[in-house]
Design a protein around this ligand. Structure first.
Ligand code: ZN
Length: 156
C-alpha cells in the first residue's frame, strides 16, 4: 500500500484544531461594549467557564458584539467565533444560528440547512460530551441576551 493519505480527514481536524487555538489565544471581539443594548452572562460550572456577552442591536440588526470572561480554550474560541459570526445578522437570523449550532453540537435535533461556516471547527467536541457545554455556553448567552433574559445563562 502506498502511504499517501488522500482522505484528508486528519488534515481537516488539524485545521480546525489550529483555528480553535488561534481564537482561544487571540479572541476576536474581546472586551466590553459601552453602547450595549443586550447583555447576558453565561456560566458553565462543570468546567468553570464564565463569560459576559454584550450586544449592540439597532433596527433589528446586531451592530456589534463583545465578550469578556475566562474559561477553557474551547469556550473562549467558541465565543470568539460566535462574535465574528453574528455581527451584521438580524436578531431572527442570529436566533436561527443559535438553534442550528446547538442542535449540531448536541445532536438532539435536526440542525437544518443553515451554513454555520467556521463554527464547524467545534464539531470535534461531540466526541467529548463534557466539552459540549464549553462550546455551547456563549450561544446560550446569546440566546438569553436576545430574549432579554436577565438570569445568567447556564449550561445546567
Ligand atoms: Zn470549558
Amino acid at each position: 500500500m502506498n502511504a499517501v493519505d488522500i482522505h484528508g480527514g486528519d488534515d481537516l481536524r488539524e485545521l480546525y484544531r489550529e483555528l480553535i487555538l488561534d481564537h482561544a489565544r487571540h479572541p476576536r471581539h474581546f472586551g466590553t461594549l459601552e453602547n450595549a443594548t443586550h447583555t447576558a452572562a453565561g456560566i458553565n460550572p462543570l468546567c468553570g467557564d464564565k463569560l459576559h456577552l454584550y450586544l449592540e442591536v439597532q433596527n433589528d440588526s446586531i451592530r456589534d458584539v463583545r465578550f469578556e470572561g475566562s474559561g477553557c480554550a474551547i469556550s473562549v474560541a467558541s465565543a470568539s467565533l460566535l462574535a465574528e459570526a453574528v455581527v451584521g445578522l438580524t436578531v431572527k437570523d442570529a436566533l436561527d444560528y443559535f438553534r442550528a449550532v446547538t442542535a449540531r453540537m448536541t445532536e438532539t435535533e435536526e440542525a437544518g440547512d443553515i451554513d454555520i461556516g467556521k463554527i464547524a471547527a467545534l464539531d470535534g467536541v461531540r466526541e467529548f460530551p463534557s466539552r459540549i457545554k464549553c462550546a455551547t455556553l456563549s450561544w446560550h448567552a446569546l440566546n438569553a441576551a436576545l430574549h432579554h433574559d436577565a438570569a445568567a445563562a447556564t449550561t445546567e
